[in-house]
Design a protein around this ligand. Structure first.
Ligand code: BGC
Length: 752
C-alpha cells in the first residue's frame, strides 16, 4: 500500500524531539538464540510463554521466585523503573539461563504526555503527527522500563455504541491502515534496537469491532469477503510496517474464538502474510475459550490456543499448568513449543534486551518534555473537527467581546479530557479549557464560569440558574458538553448515544438567553446530536483531546489555529441507523435518486405500494448526520479542473489525476482533499466509495494549487470472489472532494 500523505510536508517535522539512535550494540546472532533454546528445559520454555500481571506486588518473594525459576517470560503493568530493573536483575542474574524479561504496558495514546484518543488522532488525518506522537510515547515509556506496547488498535469500528471505538482509527480500512502503520513506525523506529524504541502490537486480530450490537466482547460474524476487504487491510498494513507483535481478539469469529482461530493466525497471518513476529493472547483469553464453550477445560484451551499459534498467554495460567503434560502426552509437539519460544526470544533479541536489559532513565528526555507538550498541543489542535459554524460565528474575535461565559461539565474536567486508557497520564498535568481561556485573557476580558452540571451524566439541574445567568450576562457562551472518559473504552458501551444526563436541557436553557452559543463536545465516540444541533451556533467536536485540550481548543476558538480535522467515522442521526458508514454497498435498490416518502408524509390509511421501495428508514431516510471525511474550515474552497491523464489504463499502468483547489475565502486555511473510487462492477459487489488517498493543502486567500494523485492497480485491488487478491478490469468512478459526499467526478477503465 502506498500512503501519499506523510504529514511532514507542512513543516511539522520536529528535529528537536528526534533523539539520535545510539550505535547499535552487537546483536545476539540467530545461532545464539537457537543455541539458547537448545539449553532450555521444557519448563523453562513454557516459562517464556507466560506473561504475568505485575501490577500487584512484583517484589513479593513468590513473584521473584517465579522469575528466578524461569517461569516468567514477560510482565505487564509495571512502570516503575527501579522495580523493573530489580525484576530484570533477578531474571538476568539469578535465573539459570539469564534470559531477560520483556515488560509490557498499554501505551495507547501517550504515556505521561497524553495525546488525543486514537479516534481523535485519526480526525487529524495526519500520519506524520501520529508517528511523532508514538515516538514521544515510546521514549517516555522506555525510560520507565517498558519495552512493548499493546497498540495500535486497528479494529475497523463502524459502531459508535462500542466503547472501544475510542481506541480505533474509525471506520475506514485505508485511513486506519495508514495511521496504524504510522503508529507502528513511531513506536518501533526503523530498528527496535534504536534508543527508546518499543515493540508495537497490532490488535485485536481480528474483527473485534464488529461485536454484535456494539456490546464489547460480543460475537462477531463476518463473511470472508468483508473480513478480507474491510477488517484485515489495516492489520496487513501494520504487519507491512513491521509490527513486531499481534494480539488476538476476545471475540469469537464465525463460531471460532480468535484465540483459537488457526484460520486467522496460522493461515492468514503467518501463512499468507508471512508474519514472523509474536502473537499474544488477550487478557486471560486462553482460559476464556472454556467460557466461550469451545473447550471443556483449561487444558483443552491451552492446546487449542497453542495449536492455533498464540505464543504468549497474557495473565492466565493455562499454558503454565498444562503445556508440559500436553507435550509429554504427545498432544502438542515440542516443535510447536520451540516455534513459540523462538518467537519470544527473537523479540527479546530484536529489542536488544540481551545486551541492554536495564533501563537508565537519565538517558532519556524527561517525561512531559517541552517537545512532548508542544506536539500534544498540535495533535490535539489538529484533531478538532468543526461541524457547524452558522454565520461564521467562529473564530471569535476577542476585540469584539466584552465578556465570555464558560459553561458545562467538560469545561474543567482534568481527568475526563484525557480519555480512556491513560494509566500513566496525570490529571494534574492537564490544562483544561477553562484554565487555558482564563490564562489567555488574564484581566483583559472577564471569563465567567458555571459548570451547570457537575459531571456529564448528572441530572441535577440545581446549577442551571447560575449557568443561565452567566450566559445571559456574556457576549458568547462556550459550552463544553460530552462524555466523561469512563463512558467509553473497553467494556463501556452505550445503547443510547445522546448527550448523557441533563446536558441537552442545559444547552436549551442557555440557548434561550439569546447569547451566541458555541458547543464543544468532548467524547470517546460519535454522539447522536440531531436534536441538539439546532440549539447552537457552532459545534466543535473535540473527542477526548488529552493533556493539552485547553490550549488547543482555545487556539481554535479564538482563531490562532485553523480547523484541520475531518471525521474518521460517520455520525448517525439516530442509533437505529447503526451500522451507518460511508463505504457501504450500493444494493439493488439504492435510495439516492429514488423517491423517498418519510413517515409523516405517508397518507393515513395508505395501502401497500412499491413507490420509493429502496434502502432507507421511514423515520430517518438514509443519510447520516455528518458523513465520513467531513469537517468545515474557517475559509471557503472551490475545486475545479479535474483531469485524468487517460481514461483507460493498462493493468500495469498508472493513472494520474489532478484537480485545482482555490481558497475563495478571506483567511489562510488548509483543506484536506480526498480521493475516492468505485469499482462499478466486480466479481463481488463493491462499496459505493472507497478512500484511496488524501492530501492536505494550505492556501492564502485567493490562492490556488493543483493537487495531484496517482492510482495503480494496487489501489484498485481487492479480495475477489475466487479469494485471490487483485484488480479486475472494467469501469471505475473516481471522486476528488473534501468529504465522502459530493466532489468532482470522472470515470476511467482498467484494461485487462
Ligand atoms: C484489552 C487489551 C489490552 C489488555 C492488556 C485487555 O483487556 O482487550 O486491549 O491490551 O487488556 O491490558
Amino acid at each position: 500500500m502506498i500512503y501519499q500523505n506523510d504529514g511532514i510536508e507542512n513543516g511539522m517535522s520536529r528535529q528537536d524531539m528526534c533523539i539520535l539512535p545510539e550505535a547499535r550494540p552487537e546483536a545476539v546472532s540467530r545461532d545464539t538464540i537457537e543455541a539458547l533454546l537448545a539449553k532450555m528445559t521444557l519448563q523453562e520454555k513454557i516459562g517464556q510463554l507466560q506473561q504475568l500481571d505485575a501490577s500487584g506486588d512484583p517484589l513479593a518473594e513468590d513473584f521473584l521466585q517465579a522469575v528466578r525459576a524461569g517461569k516468567v517470560g514477560s510482565i505487564i503493568n509495571q512502570v516503575d523503573p527501579e522495580t523493573s530493573n530489580t525484576l530484570q536483575r533477578v531474571a538476568v542474574e539469578e535465573s539459570r539461563l539469564g534470559i531477560p524479561l520483556i515488560s509490557a504496558r498499554d501505551v495507547i495514546h501517550g504515556f505521561r504526555t497524553v495525546f488525543p484518543i486514537p479516534l481523535g488522532q485519526a480526525a487529524s488525518w495526519n500520519p506524520g503527527l501520529v508517528e511523532q506522537a508514538a515516538r514521544i510515547s515510546a521514549l517516555e515509556a522506555r525510560r520507565n522500563g517498558v519495552h512493548w506496547t499493546f497498540a495500535p488498535m486497528v479494529d475497523i469500528s463502524r459502531d459508535p455504541r462500542w466503547g472501544r471505538i475510542a481506541e480505533s482509527f474509525g471506520e475506514d480500512p485505508y485511513l486506519s491502515g495508514c495511521l496504524g502503520a504510522s503508529m507502528v513506525r513511531g513506536f518501533q523506529t526503523s530498528d527496535l534496537q534504536n534508543h527508546g524504541a518499543i515493540a508495537a502490537c497490532a490488535k485485536h486480530f481480528a474483527g473485534y469491532g464488529a461485536s454484535e450490537s456494539g456490546r464489547d466482547y460480543n460475537s462477531t460474524n463476518i463473511p470472508d469477503n468483508e473480513l478480507r476487504n474491510v477488517y484485515l487491510p489495516p492489520f496487513r498494513a501494520a504487519a507491512e510496517a513491521g509490527a513486531a507483535t499481534f494480539m488476538c481478539s476476545f471475540g469469537d469469529l464465525d463460531g471460532i474464538p480468535a484465540t483459537a482461530n488457526d484460520y486467522l493466525i496460522r493461515q492468514i497471518l503467518r501463512g499468507e502474510w508471512e508474519f514472523d513476529g509474536l502473537v499474544v493472547s488477550d487478557w486471560n483469553s486462553v482460559k476464556e475459550l472454556v467460557v466461550h464453550g469451545l473447550c471443556e477445560d483449561a487444558r483443552a484451551a491451552a492446546k487449542a490456543a497453542a495449536s492455533a499459534g498464540v505464543d504468549i498467554e497474557m495473565a492466565g495460567d493455562a499454558y503454565q499448568a498444562h503445556l508440559e503434560s500436553l507435550v509429554v502426552s504427545g498432544q502438542i509437539s515440542i516443535e510447536t513449543i520451540d516455534g513459540m519460544v523462538l518467537n519470544v526470544l527473537r523479540l527479546k533479541e530484536r529489542l536488544g534486551l540481551f545486551e541492554k536489559p536495564y533501563t537508565a532513565a537519565d538517558e532519556y528526555p524527561p517525561l512531559l518534555s517541552e517537545a512532548a507538550k508542544e506536539l500534544a498541543k498540535d495533535l490535539a489542535t489538529q484533531s478538532l473537527v468543526l461541524l457547524k459554524n452558522e454565520d461564521r460565528t467562529l473564530p471569535l474575535k476577542p476585540a469584539e467581546l466584552s465578556s465570555i461565559a464558560v459553561i458545562g461539565p467538560l469545561a474543567d474536567a482534568a481527568q475526563d479530557q484525557l480519555g480512556t486508557w491513560v494509566f500513566d497520564g496525570h490529571a494534574d498535568d492537564s490544562v483544561t479549557p477553562l484554565a487555558a481561556i482564563r490564562q489567555r485573557f488574564g484581566e483583559t476580558l472577564p471569563v465567567r464560569y458555571a459548570c451547570g452540571l457537575p459531571y456529564s451524566r448528572s441530572r441535577d439541574q440545581g446549577g442551571f440558574d447560575e449557568a443561565v445567568a452567566v450566559a445571559a450576562a456574556s457576549d458568547v457562551a462556550l459550552v463544553f458538553l460530552g462524555e466523561e472518559s469512563i463512558l467509553s473504552g473497553e467494556a463501556h458501551c452505550r445503547a443510547d448515544l445522546s448527550l448523557p444526563g441533563a446536558q441537552a436541557e442545559l444547552l436549551e436553557q442557555i440557548r434561550k438567553t439569546g447569547t451566541r452559543t458555541i458547543v464543544i463536545v468532548m467524547a470517546g465516540r460519535p454522539l447522536v446530536l440531531t436534536d441538539t444541533l439546532k440549539h447552537m451556533d457552532a459545534l466543535v467536536y473535540a473527542w477526548h483531546p488529552g493533556t493539552f485540550a485547553g490550549p488547543a481548543i482555545a487556539d481554535l476558538l479564538f482563531g490562532d489555529a485553523d480547523p484541520f480535522g475531518k471525521l474518521p467515522v460517520t455520525f448517525p442521526k439516530a442509533v437505529g441507523q447503526i451500522p451507518v458508514y460511508y463505504n457501504h454497498k450500493k444494493t439493488g435498490r439504492p435510495p439516492e435518486g429514488s423517491e423517498i416518502t418519510l413517515i409523516d408524509e405517508i397518507p393515513v390509511g395508505a395501502q401497500q405500494t412499491s413507490l420509493g421501495m429502496s434502502a432507507f428508514h421511514l423515520d430517518q431516510g438514509f443519510e447520516p448526520l455528518f458523513p465520513f471525511g467531513f469537517g468545515l474550515t474557517y475559509s471557503e474552497f472551490t475545486q475545479s479542473d479535474l483531469q485524468l491523464t487517460a481514461n483507460r489504463i493498462e493493468m500495469a499502468g498508472k493513472l494520474g489525476l489532478s484537480c485545482k483547489l482555490t481558497n475563495i475565502g478571506q483567511r489562510r486555511a488548509s483543506e484536506l482533499v480526498q480521493l475516492y473510487i468505485r469499482d462499478v462492477a466486480g466479481s463481488l459487489t463493491r462499496p459505493v466509495r472507497e478512500l484511496k488517498s488524501f492530501k492536505r493543502v494550505s492556501l492564502e486567500p485567493g490562492a490556488s494549487e493543483v493537487i495531484r494523485f496517482e492510482l495503480t492497480q494496487a489501489d484498485l485491488a481487492f479480495s475477489r470472489r475466487d479469494k485471490t487478491f487483485g484488480a479486475e478490469p472494467g469501469k471505475f468512478e473516481v471522486w476528488v472532494g473534501t468529504s465522502s459526499v459530493g466532489g468532482m467526478t470522472a470515470t476511467f477503465e482498467l484494461l485487462g
